[in-house]
Design a protein. Structure first.
Length: 70
């Protein structure tokens, strides 16, 4: 399952939607991101997980940056 979350400062996660297929989730999150303005202090993210608890746990995990991403 693909979950879309609105992520605000201080790691506040608000579930927005969920999709069975990645292309549907991608289209939805792109539409949400296009609506962002410079004044908005949040972002949207897709996360793959089996349920909302796992999705939120994975969103809280700190990951190693990819090479060149620092």
């Amino acid at each position: 399952m693909y979950f879309i979350y609105k992520i605000s400062p201080v790691d506040r996660f608000v579930p927005i939607d969920q999709f069975e297929k990645y292309p549907d989730a991608k289209k939805s999150v792109q539409s949400l991101r296009e609506g962002l303005t410079p004044e908005d202090n949040h972002t949207f993210r897709i996360i793959f997980a089996s349920n909302t608890e796992e999705a939120e746990r994975r969103l809280r995990e700190k990951r190693e940056p990819y090479p060149g991403e620092e």
